[in-house]
Structure formats: structure tokens, C-alpha cells
Design a protein around this ligand. Sequence first.
Ligand code: GTP
Ligand code: MG
Length: 441
Amino acid sequence: ASDTRLYQSNDKSPLQIFVRAKKKINDIYGEIEEYVHETTTFINGKPVYIASSIPDLLHRFLLIGKTALHAEAEIVDKAERELFESYVYKVAAIREVLQRDHMKVAFFGRTSNGKSSVINAMLREKILPSGIGHTTNCFCQVEGNDGGEAYLMTEGSAEKLNVVNIKQLANALCQEKLCESSLVRIFWPRERCSLLRDDVVFVDSPGVDVSANLDDWIDNHCLNADVFVLVLNAESTMTRAEKQFFHTVSQKLSKPNIFILNNRWDASANEPECQESVKSQHTERCIDFLTKELKVSNEKEAAERVFFVSARETLQARIEEAKGNPPHMGAIAEGFQIRYFEFQDFERKFEECISQSAVKTKFQQHSSRGKSVSGDMRSMLDNIYERITIFRNLKQDQKNLLTDRIQGTETQMMQVTRDMKQKIHTMVEEVEEKVSKALNE
Ligand code: GTP
Ligand code: MG
């Protein structure tokens, strides 16, 4: 326990909201499972025989109570037994889902805007292939793996392809003849990145401008995402394809959480004179898009969802940091510190948003199901208990009745004995009297 406390107090990440909630709900479900097992074993292992229903029991008692109570039906009937057993499977299924639950973030935007670079910057390592031209050609999901190894799996195959380095990963992704909406899962050692350790799963996508199957994309990869990140190119402006994609997303999902990154902001350092005006123009458009067009957030919320960053620079800075160098060694242009802070600010807000949203969407439903399962079991056990109590009372009554009868017999016997004694006494007296009379005569 002290280790856990240390770990928690050292880790101030908002992702811990999810991590702790997940642990708690898993523990609670562990207890529910134990409770269900225990109860089922108890019920199945103890066939206690009693009348199946209270009216039946009373009826029997009234009819044959004077002799004996032969109750044949079970305390717990077949339907109840089956219901209890169904809880065992239900709870086990929920536990399995809970153990696999994670927070999912999906990245979208036009080709080459830097989606893969943003993910790499967040993972602090160049994991996903990035480059000029059309690089990502299918959906790539990066998730934490408990073992120390890195591998990938393609859709519909259980084969684990080992990944030694990024070049090999890029080659593996190219060689696989994959459909653009298929999914490649990349398992990366958890200990190499705190976001993976805390159960964040990243989904990278091909550019929204290269596909005609956006609907399939949304149906296959987006419906369970907790957060969406739209990666824009700050050097140009939001395109119709990007807007259309998010219009469809917000039609299919109620109020999706969307962050907008104006990436490649390092380029603005070359034109410092128009930097501010470009920034306010982009900000206004992004806020309008979230509030007036998509209607997914209010002005205040939307202002907290728009950032100006440089993914490439952030990644370079983090790679330098990992080597023990100061982060600014990764700087691309003037103004590195502001962009670096802005990226960290994005990460913080993103972490808060994703963990809160995931707790709600993933655990709320499970906790109310858990509540209803334990509530149902409780009332069933209450009913069984009530039945047992009535049975016990009836048995007691029967016992009392027998006792009364025995006591009655005893009294009767005593009475008879007393009468007999009296009679004999009188008889003896009479005989004595007769005998003495005869003697006198
Ligand atoms: P696709 O996978 O082809 O859809 O592209 P993508 O959106 O994943 O872009 P990717 O991360 O591959 O980046 C494209 C190119 O832009 C790469 O050469 C990156 O190094 C470069 N790049 C990405 N982010 C930045 C940035 O913030 N600044 C600069 N200067 N270059 C960047
Ligand atoms: Mg890419």
C-alpha cells in the first residue's frame, strides 16, 4: 500500500483519475464476483427441502399439520438457481471488458499535416513512420504492452510481427498489402511511455483527403474514441475534407471531444510580422468551427481546445531530453520555448479531458449494472431468507403443538391415576367396612 501511495503522490497526471477509477471498479467487480460465486456454491451445494411457496406451505400445514409436515419442494427453485448462475457469467463478462478498458484518442487531418509526428511527440519517441508525401496508409493503433517487447499485428491475423526499430516498422507497414481502413496494432512496451503505461491508446489515420470511405472509418475506428485530435497545417487553412469529416463524426456521436492542433507553427517564426494576425485568424476559425458549425462546445471550452504547436520540434526536444541534453537543443526556429509550453499545455488539457470522458463513458454504465446485479441478488436472498424464517416458525409451531399434546396426555394420566387411587381407596374402605360388619354379625 505504501508503494501505491508513493506512486500516486509522485504522479500528478490527470490520467490517474482514470487509472484509479479503473482499479477501483475492477476491485469492486472482483468482490462482486466472489460474492456471486460464494452464493451460487452455497445455493447449489445445500439442497434444503421445503415447500416451494409460502401459501403452499401454509396449506400443507393446515391440512396435515396435525400429523407431520412433509415438505418436498426446494427452498430455492430452479428458476432462481438459473438466475444466480447467469449472474456468474454476466459478472465474469463485465470483468473481462473492464480489464481491457482504456482511453482512446484518434488523430485526423489532411496528409502531411503531422498526425504521426504529433503522436510520436506525445510518445517521446519516433515510433510511427512520418515523412513527406502520403506516409500513413492505414489505421495504426499504438497501445501499451506489458511484456518488454514491441510487435505489431495486422487485422485478421494472430501473428505477432516483432519490431526491432522504426525503419523495420515502416517497412513492415509498407509491405503489408493493407486496405486504408484496416487496422494495424502496434504493441509498445508500457514502461517506455507514461501515456501508454496509463492506458492511453493512440489511433493514427491516413489523411482525410485521400479516402472516399470516411463513413467506414468512423464506424470502424471512431465510435469508441474518447477524444479526437484534428491536426491542421498552420501554414494553410482548414480544408473542406477536414471539416466534412468532423461534421460526420459529430452527427454519429453526441458531443465528441475535439482538440485542434495548428501544427508546424515553427514556420511562423520566419514571418514574425504577421504571426499574431495569422494566429488570431486561425483561432477565430477554429473556435467558430467547434461552436457554431459543429456545436460541440461553448466559446470558453473551445478556446481551451485550440493550440499552436510544432510536433516535429517537440519530438526533437524530447529526444534530446532523453539523452540528457537541454530540450532547446531540438529547437527548429525562434520562439521554441513558447511552442514547447503550448504543446505541454495541450497534453495537460488533453489528459484531463480524456480521463474524465473515459471514466464516464466506460465505467458509469458498468457501475450501474454492478449495482443492479448486487441489488437483484440481495432481494432474491432476502426472499429466500424470508421463506426460511416462515418455515422455521411453522416447524416451531408444530413442535409446540406436539409438546402441548404430550403435556395434555401427562395431565390426563395424572388425573386417571388420581381417580384410580381414589376409587381403590374407597373400594378398600368399603371392603374394610363390609368385612368388620360381617365379623360383628
Ligand atoms: P500522412 O501519414 O501522410 O497522412 O502524414 P502525417 O499527417 O502523419 O504527417 P507526418 O507526421 O508524416 O509529417 C509529414 C512531414 O512533416 C514530416 O516530414 C514531418 O517531419 C514534418 N512535420 C511534422 N510536423 C512538423 C512541424 O511541426 N514542423 C515542421 N517543420 N515539420 C513538421
Ligand atoms: Mg502519418
